[in-house]
Design a protein around this ligand. Structure first.
Ligand code: B16
Ligand code: MG
Length: 220
């Protein structure tokens, strides 16, 4: 019996990867190198500092810890200038009807995101009323694939992982959901998210009842 749904944010509720890409690319170009959208895919679900370390390694650039903090802050300022212009038109298709359906059924909801900007994004999208619990990158010590972010969300919602679904678009997030004992639903490419019990291509037309049946069948 499903009592809660925990949603990753970037790539599940909204596509912010395009803004992360613009901001990281601008920083890389300033440092004298470039990187492609294919490389940007590798940054999904990865924390800000881990992302910076990967990007610097792609450009073969070395920086001190102090310089890295300054570079991450600079990138975040550029990124924030984009997300502060977002509004609810950027909520991914089918998400709002699905959230309304969950709410009508009394299913509890939370956000479990690596992004320290998650509360700002939820405000911009006008979704705060749906998510009384937002566990973001500033509330956890260990990043995905560690399950801490989802376990904290379940604890705040007062539900067990075994009665909760996690929706994730990143491999590390699916691994985190499995490690925490949640029902993992991948959102995106089944060949990338092959560890998820069920993979959906989005929320259009999705219903909890059918999804729960697929999850039960997959985990039997
Ligand atoms: P911030 P999610 C993740 O969000 C993004 O997928 C990832 O690309 C980003 O680096 C990370 O948040 C940290 O974001 O710089 O805003 O703290 O997918 O876990 O919702
Ligand atoms: Mg994500």
């Amino acid at each position: 019996m499903i009592k809660a749904c925990i949603f990753d944010l970037d790539g599940v509720i909204v596509d912010t990867a395009k803004y992360h890409f613009i901001a990281w690319r601008q920083l890389a170009n300033k440092l004298g190198f470039d990187f492609t959208k294919e490389y940007n895919e590798k940054l999904k679900g990865i924390s800000r500092m881990d992302s910076l370390n990967l990007i610097l390694s792609w450009g073969d650039v070395q920086k001190s810890d102090e310089e890295k903090v300054a570079l991450a802050t600079e990138k975040n300022e550029v990124y924030r200038s984009y997300i502060l212009q977002m509004d609810k038109s950027e909520i991914l298709p089918g998400v709002l009807p699905f959230l309304n359906d969950l709410r009508a059924q009394g299913i509890k909801m939370a956000i479990g995101s690596a992004s320290k900007n998650a509360p700002t994004i939820i405000q911009q999208l006008d979704l705060a009323e749906y998510f009384p619990v937002i566990i973001d990158g500033s509330k956890v010590e260990r990043s995905k694939p560690d399950p801490e972010v989802f376990l904290k969300a379940a604890a705040e919602l007062q539900v067990q992982p075994s009665e909760s679904i996690v929706f994730e678009d990143a491999e590390a997030g699916i691994e985190a959901a499995i490690a925490g004992g949640f029902y993992p639903v991948g959102v995106g490419d089944p060949s990338v998210l092959d560890q998820a019990s069920v993979v959906i291509d989005g929320f259009v037309g999705l219903e909890l009842e059918g999804l729960s049946a697929r999850l039960l069948a997959a985990t039997k």
